[in-house]
Design a protein around this ligand. Sequence first.
Ligand SMILES: CC(C)(COP(=O)(O)OP(=O)(O)OC[C@H]1O[C@@H](n2cnc3c(N)ncnc32)[C@H](O)[C@@H]1OP(=O)(O)O)[C@@H](O)C(=O)NCCC(=O)NCCS
Length: 170
Amino acid sequence: MQDARCVPIGRGSNRDSEGAHAMLISIIDPRTDARYAEELELRYRVLRAPLGMSREQAGFAGEQDALHVIAQESDAASALVGCVLFDPASGRMRAMAVEPMLQRQGVGQQLVRALEAETQRRGVREITLHARATAVGFYERLGYRVRGEPFVEVGLDHREMMKTLIAPVR
Ligand SMILES: CC(C)(COP(=O)(O)OP(=O)(O)OC[C@H]1O[C@@H](n2cnc3c(N)ncnc32)[C@H](O)[C@@H]1OP(=O)(O)O)[C@@H](O)C(=O)NCCC(=O)NCCS
């Protein structure tokens, strides 16, 4: 029987040199799923520690109510290799992080695609985000467009980006 706390929403294949490398993309409930702790740890290692920030600074206000999408290497027991969340209160995608050893292998792209599919299913029509300047190209490839002027957040140059989700044709 499927674990109610883990909703697999697609099996991806990252593009490692071996070719077929299975990956599990899931939506998790941060209130009940043990993998939320792993999500926070991955976020800390990828996004916060390199900036000299603490583990406590890895979390966001209100994120218990956010949509959390995670990627695991093969199955629900394997290591977390990527994560992202969508905050319905602000309409923002946030906290996008991929395990450094697995970056540029399609993990991030699959996380965003899964987040878009689920937010769209929930009636969201537009996603915004604050992209690090170094990640703008990644989001542009996924159809996001820069809006407004550059700004600084956590000491890094950022751009606001947005994408309108196209409603599926019925
Ligand atoms: C940015 C990040 C989330 C991208 O995830 P990823 O798994 O490495 O990206 P993918 O392999 O899915 O890349 C998808 C496409 O975007 C491209 N891409 C990936 N990172 C990119 C970057 N930083 N700049 C430009 N293009 C990028 C890839 O080459 C690929 O292009 P292709 O489809 O033409 O081959 C990841 O590298 C990461 O965690 N970086 C450190 C933390 C960070 O910057 N988070 C975002 C904060 S806003």
